[in-house]
Design a protein around this ligand. Structure first.
Ligand code: AMP
Length: 279
């Protein structure tokens, strides 16, 4: 695997491969890689010739300084994992390589950065779009892979790509879970054994939604699952919603072509998010 820290160097290297007819697949991450990330690399390998992974803990998307400081950075382990799945290129820049000190620019994201995650984490999606735009310009891939785990993020990136005429095909990758159902996340290592058990309530809640989806009305399901979540020990719900998965707006109708249930909660001091596509 080739490792680059410099924007210009990785750009030049990939440009040459692109010019020689190779397709480029890009998997952006913040590192502390788990099987969810690695499954995206494997998926990317089925679609593209050259796979580029980036590891960058993006400061502009953190609204909690402590969370940024504490974010795990096991770089040596990450490199070993990427080599094992035969990733071709790793781009791992410093903060100074990606940002000037006093950079301030935003992208209009409609309602997307004002609801759910956007409401709880003000500025988060502006930070996400800033870094993803810069990474897209640097890597210039044919395909970019994003996890369904962060479904709202996928909607935000899709919006940006459309709005700025970015010629990159976005691919949504399935959520990879632990054997008991907890969605894998780099932050899960910070859950105490007890919180780890309590955290399962989110997956269980989503399963309840799915289970009742055919037989009960959306509002009824919402009411029941909300009470389940409220009664679940050790978790504090931030939101639980059923959305039209295409318009990304709340709905109480089953008519939209695709529906998704989304949940976020604090388990101890750790935020956990999860979702499930219902149709
Ligand atoms: P992160 O490193 O957490 O910023 O995530 C990088 C990418 O991996 C994002 O597109 C996430 O949606 C995706 N991802 C995170 N967790 C999972 C998971 N459990 N399964 C599949 N993809 C994931």
């Amino acid at each position: 695997m080739k490792i680059f820290n410099s924007r210009q160097a990785v750009h030049n290297y990939l440009n040459e491969l692109r010019a020689s007819g190779k397709s480029i697949g890009f998997v952006p991450t913040m590192g502390a890689l788990h099987d969810g990330h690695l499954s995206m690399i494997k998926l990317a390998k089925q679609k593209a010739d050259v796979i580029v992974c980036s590891i960058f803990v993006n400061p502009t998307q953190f609204n909690d300084k402590k969370d940024l400081e504490n974010y795990p950075r096991p770089v040596e382990d990450d490199i070993r994992k990427l080599e094992k799945v035969k990733c071709h290129v790793l781009f791992i820049p410093t903060v100074n390589e990606m940002y000037n000190s006093a950079e301030k620019w935003t992208i209009e994201l409609g309602n997307l950065d004002k609801i759910l995650e956007g409401k709880i984490r003000p500025g988060h999606y502006q930070g996400v779009t800033q870094i993803v735009k810069k990474l897209f310009d640097t890597i210039n891939p044919h395909y970019a892979f994003f996890g369904q785990k962060d479904y709202q993020q996928f909607m935000v990136i899709s919006y940006m790509v459309k709005k700025l005429f970015v010629k990159i095909k976005l691919v949504l990758c399935p959520i990879i879970r632990e054997t008991d159902g907890l969605a894998m996340s780099s932050r899960n290592i910070y859950l105490s054994p007890n919180d780890r058990k309590n955290a399962l309530a989110l997956f269980k809640a989503l399963n309840k939604v799915k289970e009742h989806f055919k037989t009960k009305a959306i509002l009824q399901i919402k009411k029941e699952v909300e009470s389940y979540l409220k009664a679940a020990p050790g978790i504090e719900i931030e939101y639980f919603e059923i959305f039209n998965a295409n318009s990304f707006a709340v709905t109480s109708s089953k008519r939209p072509a695709s529906l998704i249930a989304l949940v976020a909660a604090k388990v101890g001091s750790i935020r956990i998010i999860d979702n499930m596509i219902l149709k």
